[in-house]
Design a protein around this ligand. Structure first.
Ligand SMILES: [Zn+2]
Length: 763
């Protein structure tokens, strides 16, 4: 590490007047490339990662809202290291009464506490959450020694797990499912009072192998609420639920003949060939199912290959639709599951949005590699797992909905399904870097939304959402994008909107679409089913685009600076022809243009001494200093004589020489996009690369040669670069435009009037 504190490495502008090298290379703070991670940003020949396969049997108790499971884990040690112990994560322990997440939570804003907020606090106080581990044993059934360390479990191995070998062991467990309507969770249940049914969205539910990596060894970040990274592996999961439940899950259903009706299976076959969603369970059927009484249980068997996690949803309330489509060389089945409360929005948009997402993301990255992709409506606001996503938006009870709900639903489906790529396949570590999946995913979500319809109200384009975000960028209380997940403040702006905006600017205004898209696709393909770090991303985008972008990462990802570039000044230079016949009259005219001093005007009427005594006048009283004298002409001839022919030509150059001055107020250097308006109304546009700032980090100037007279210069006329103060973008300045409203003060009744009114009502 070259620097102790970020502020030393990345001073914000205005700290002092020492020059800052905005283009200083980042190699000095990036990890040294090796044979696992190359300087190009690609994985190297020695790249390795671990693997974990699971066979899980799990049973839902719908009456008690508990899950009980037994799992067999086969862990492959592909690392070059021998392992003395193994770590598993028990994310449910986040809901234990003494969890660090709960103990370190701070007080809510008591002045704005809602009924729902207080209900949540009281529920959390009383909830008996957490994994109860009932057995950890090896493949021959002998108990393994283990320790519970908060939200992680350490198995002490009797013998070192050698490099290149594998171990199989079993874990039994159970836990109480949290009420997702009372607690902010990523998996839980929703209870519908009207019909007495439950809907479960189950995630982060079984003990999962922690990641062991070439950059950090074993994961040592306990769950404080941030997401996770895991190893890829194959899953066989058998889910036992009440006999009238419908289950949606990661992977392919292996036993449809045991759990689906003949009609449902026929409709699914039809859906595979349809270019519209086909209802597998329609509204009427779902309403009937709601009042059914379960007869025994059914076990749904799922299989998923090469995924990093497994989630499922189950309820008797589900409507269900499906649509098959071709992606690359694979048949994919898109499906949605929702309760009747999701109508009419869900049947109209969910599966369509899922298919749209898979097609657009595949175009910008790589073809979706799994057989199914699912969207489930339930209590979870928005969360992704391999092949399955949860999202909560629903219409009002009367079936109407706001514009915000409509686009909120489409947007969150695109977002969560988009997470299939980042981080479910491009497996970045969410617990360390939230922006690596949220930022990249929100960026591709933006591209996908813009292919949904013209003017789609995306987070960085919709004026109502853009304005507060742009003002956030110049806030002083914020952290760089390169901040670890648990420490983020204003995470929505920091990890989602800001990277989206930055990448969008990089694509549209710095690299150009073609060059950016090529480089971005390289990153996605290189790290598909692997685990990239931020440095692998930065390096790949530079290596594949042929541009040193260290300045861009410095400004946008490592600093809290913002874009505010001012057109500070504009000076017109006119070439001195040295010809007295031209220059003297010009100087005379210049003098005449100077305003006459006020007192000179006022003193005109006073009789002057030399008028009374003309004998005091001499040569200078009538001398015209701008008159061309024979000596002037001789001097000029001398000058001309000494010039080469091309120099004489240059002296006759017509035109205006303008020097424009630009000030970098915000700190982030950006290209200079200039709109130059001439006196005759014509427009000239200049696009100067950001590297112009290598000549000065605060103020730089540019010579603009122009035949026409310049009336104004505007920086970033199309608002491409997210300048936070557009008022100083133009020279000369224009007034700021604002609207004000008149208010009428309401007069409050005095106690006498109130008493009189009360008496009147009594009568
Ligand atoms: Zn997300």
């Amino acid at each position: 590490m070259a620097c102790v504190a970020l502020s030393t490495c990345f001073p914000t502008s205005g700290a002092d007047d020492k020059p800052v090298d905005r283009f200083r290379q980042l190699d000095e703070i990036w990890p040294t490339p090796n044979n696992l991670r190359r300087p190009s940003g690609a994985p190297g020949k020695d790249y390795w990662q671990q693997r974990a396969d699971y066979v899980i049997d799990v049973t839902l108790d719908d009456a008690k809202q508990t899950l009980t499971g037994t799992e067999k884990i086969t862990y492959f040690n592909n690392s070059p290291d021998g392992l003395d112990y193994l770590w598993l994560q028990l994310d449910q322990n986040r809901y234990e009464t003494d969890s660090h997440d709960w103990l370190t939570s701070t007080a809510p804003d008591m002045s704005e506490l809602t009924y729902k907020g207080l209900k949540g606090v009281l529920y959390r106080e009383g909830f008996q959450g957490g994994h109860k581990i009932t057995s950890v044993r090896n493949s021959s059934g002998r108990a393994l020694k283990y320790d519970l360390i908060h939200t992680m479990l350490r198995i002490r191995l009797a013998e070192k797990l050698k490099s290149g070998s594998r171990i199989t062991f079993h874990v039994d467990w159970k836990f109480n499912i949290p009420n997702a309507k009372s607690l902010r969770v990523r998996g839980g249940y929703e209870f519908f009072e009207e019909d007495g049914n439950y809907l479960y969205a189950i995630a982060q539910w079984f003990p999962r192998m922690c990641a062991y990596t070439d950059v950090h060894g074993w994961q040592n970040k306990q769950t404080l609420g941030s997401e996770f990274t895991l190893e890829f592996g194959d899953y066989e999961v058998n889910i036992t639920v009440p006999g009238d439940h419908i289950v949606a899950a990661t992977g392919e259903l292996r036993n449809p003949e045991n759990v689906l009706t003949q009609t449902q299976r026929a409709r699914l076959r039809q859906a595979r060939r349809s270019d519209r969603p086909v209802m597998i369970i329609n509204l009427d059927e779902a309403k009937t199912n709601e009042s059914s009484k379960p007869k025994g249980t059914k076990t749904w068997e799922f299989e998923a290959k090469r995924v990093r996690d497994f989630a499922f949803a189950t309820s008797r309330k589900f409507l269900w639709d499906a649509q098959g489509f071709r992606q690359g060389n694979r048949d994919v089945l898109a499906m949605s599951y929702w309760p009747k409360e999701g109508e009419p929005l869900w049947s109209k948009y969910s599966t369509e949005a899922v298919v749209h997402t898979v097609k657009t993301y595949s175009k910008f990255t790589f073809d979706y590699p799994y057989p199914v992709i699912i969207s489930v409506n339930g209590p979870i606001p928005g969360m992704e797992y391999p092949m399955i996503t949860f999202q909560s938006p629903r219409p009002e009870e009367d079936g109407t909905y706001s514009k915000r709900t409509k686009y909120g639903l489409i947007g969150v489906i695109i977002h969560e399904v988009g997470h299939s790529w980042f981080p479910m396949i491009v497996n970045s570590d969410e617990r360390r870097w939230r922006w690596m999946d949220e930022g990249l995913n929100s960026f591709v979500q933006f591209l996908s939304e813009q292919e949904w319809e013209d003017g789609y109200p995306s987070r960085i384009l919709d004026p109502a959402r853009r304005a507060p975000f742009i003002s956030y960028l110049s806030r002083t209380r914020k952290l760089p994008i390169m901040t670890t997940a648990d420490s983020l403040i204003s995470g929505g702006y920091n990890a989602y909107s800001k990277p989206t905006l930055a990448l969008s600017i990089l694509r549209e205004s710095i690299l150009g679409r073609q060059n950016f898209d090529f480089a971005f696709q390289q990153y996605a393909r290189r790290w598909m089913f692997k685990r990239p770090t931020p440095f692998d991303l930065f390096r790949t985008l530079e290596d594949a685009s042929g541009r040193d972008l260290d300045w861009f990462w410095r400004g946008w990802f490592y600093s809290t600076d913002h874009v505010d570039i001012s057109v500070k000044d504009l000076t017109r230079y006119t070439l001195d022809t040295r010809d007295p016949e031209i220059e003297k009259p010009r100087k005379k005219a210049e003098r005449a243009r100077l305003p006459a001093p006020v007192m000179t005007e006022k003193n005109k009427s006073i009789e002057k001494l030399v008028d009374r005594k003309p004998e005091l006048k001499d040569f200078y009283n009538d001398h015209d200093e701008f008159a061309v004298l024979p000596g002037d002409r001789k001097d000029y001839e001398k000058v001309i004589k000494a010039l080469e022919p091309d120099e004489k030509e240059l002296l006759r150059t017509k035109g205006n020489f303008y020097v424009a001055e630009f000030e970098n107020i915000g700190g982030v250097v950006m290209p200079l996009f200039l709109k130059i308006e001439h006196a005759d109304g014509s427009i000239r546009e200049l696009r100067l690369p950001a590297e112009i700032w290598r000549h000065g980090d605060r103020v730089i100037s540019k010579l603009i040669v122009s035949r026409e007279e310049i009336r104004s210069i505007e920086f970033d006329p199309q608002d491409e670069l997210a300048d936070v103060d557009r008022n100083n973008n133009r020279f000369p300045r224009l007034p700021r435009e604002k609207v004000f409203q008149l208010q009428k003060r309401k007069k409050e009744k005095n106690p006498m009037q109130k008493a009189r009114d009360a008496k009147k009502t009594e009568e």
